[in-house]
Design a protein around this ligand. Structure first.
Ligand code: GDP
Length: 139
């Protein structure tokens, strides 16, 4: 059975450009409930750890540099079948290929600066949520 949480980040360029309110609005309008939320700046080490699965990929060091370059918003979202539902809302990794009405289509600037992160499996949603939030920080 599909899980009911996913994890998201609003990435530094989208936060810096003032898109946070509109992105949260799109999330809430799709029926997600926000059960934890914080803004923070990741260190290079923390960003490196979060994206460790991509360590062998050519863009890893660029991605780590970018994700630790500014403030981000991290949140846990709840909805039935949350991972798949949120992947639909965010759109393709490359904003150029993202469908109309998706967050990445509206706010993504490039394949790297693509506005938001969304978990790709229930297992990763739980790992990522726990990376940022303790049980006491979730409602
Ligand atoms: P996602 O699940 O759609 O976020 O995509 P991936 O898990 O494949 O990649 C993680 C993140 O790495 C993406 O959201 C982008 O920010 C970045 N990324 C993915 N592919 C590329 C690429 O080809 N070049 C660069 N510079 N960044 C990429």
């Amino acid at each position: 059975m599909a899980g009911n949480i996913t994890f998201t980040m609003i990435k530094p360029e989208a936060f810096q450009n003032g898109h946070t309110g509109k992105i949260l609005d799109m999330i809430l309008n799709k029926g997600f409930r926000i059960s934890a939320l914080r803004i923070l700046k990741l260190s290079q080490e923390q960003a490196g750890k979060f994206y460790e699965v991509h360590k062998e990929r050519p863009f890893y060091s660029d991605l780590v540099g970018f994700m630790s370059s500014g403030i981000i918003l991290a949140a846990i979202l709840e909805k039935e079948n949350a991972v798949d539902e949120y992947r639909k809302l965010i759109g393709a990794t490359n904003p150029a290929n993202a469908d109309e009405g998706t967050i990445r289509k509206a706010f993504g600037q490039s394949i790297q600066m693509n506005a938001v992160h969304g978990s790709d499996s229930d297992e990763n949603a739980n790992i990522e949520a726990s990376f940022f939030f303790t049980v006491l920080e979730r409602c």
